[in-house]
Design a protein around this ligand. Sequence first.
Ligand code: CMP
Length: 461
Amino acid sequence: MLALYLIFTFDQSLRNLLNLQFGLASKANTIVGVLQLVFLAILAYLVVRALNALIFGLMFRFRRGFEAPTLVRNVFSIIAFTALFFLIFSLIFPEANLGALFTTSAIFGVILGLALQDTLGNFFAGISLQADRPFQVGDVITVGVLRQTGVVEEITWRAVKIRTFQNHIVLISNSTAAKEPIEVCPRENLNARLVFFNTLYTDSPAKTIHVVREAVREADNVSQKISPIVRIRNLGDNGVDYEVKYWLVDYAKYNDTDALVRQRIWYAFRRASLNFAYPTRTLLVERRPKSGMREGEESAIVERLSAVDIFAPLSSEETATLAQAATSHVFAPGEIVIRGGDPGSSMFVVHNGRVSVQVNENGRARTVATLSDGAFFGEMALFTGEPRIASVVAIEETEVLEIGHAAMKRVFDNNPDLVESLSHIIAERRQALAATETLSGSEHDERAGLLSSIKRFFGMK
Ligand code: CMP
């Protein structure tokens, strides 16, 4: 200020001094003018800074509650200083045409433009960010494909400065910020978070939801304005998967709050005897009887065979021996159990389900009988050695018990009278088939013939 005062007070004396002492008559005015310009420019700079501090440091903060962005302050300083500089320049050098100096220098403009391409890009992107105000200092933002997250600390004319949750500073250039997608969690907004957990399938969902909601509601930094929401996300492989959605007072502390919420859930689970699910595998060790059948199955087979009328005369030991020799098979609906015309050396008892006995009539299957639990079939080929007389097809899912030639021979050896009743049944069935096939002879003749052929086949006298 003193220098400025002196240079303006002794303006004329200085010109004379330069003129007489140094012989700079022609340049004295310019030198004094430049000196005045420099000192006035310094003064203008100080004034602009003072105005900046007054307007943005005090008034802005007072009215808006937060400090003005650096970019706005810088833009203000540049414009105000340039305007003052032009004013001072035109006062000191009224004859110089500053405008012409800039407008005529096209090459200068191109060079400057190219050199400042990125800088200007950032600068204008910064201005558009300020105009749009998508976020401001204090907000948590996540930027770009790298998903860098942090709290906005400053928006300068070049970049957005964020402080990550590892306390690193990341600078994102304004032009990048303008192009990339930005997820903003504003400071004044109630931002929500999701925390995941799971329980065993045995734990009641209603109880779990209540317990977790109450536990999370009380945690620090969890907003009291909205009650947390607990809901089932998935019925998973290891247990029931849940999520709890809660709203934060200060979103910038979400890492700590998530951790606290998980901790509260753990303690709440302890108190309420709820259990977290983790990958488990339950091994059931099963001891099978030597026959390869389960105990229940074996007794069910014994029960089934003792209910079959032709086996009624057998003692319980004989039935049990027969059951051990029997093999169980399951057929899907529509599957063929035995095919007409095939050779056969075993008979079957229907254990569970239904089968239909079908004969071929002019190329089409005709059902001659439907057999269900406890009925038997396949005895004809077994006892006579002839091919299967008909096909047997499962109507529904059907389990059959197969009894082979050797097992039946043992039964006949101990119960020769069985052959009699069997031949009776076979003759009856043959008669029923006679309608479709030309089976000759009366039932009586048939039975007499059958009886002897069965006895022959099983080597009986
Ligand atoms: P098999 O000839 O060995 O093979 C086909 C089976 O169908 C036959 O033995 C009988 O057990 C059974 N079968 C044939 N006709 C009838 C019928 N009318 N009623 C019940 N079952 C029959």
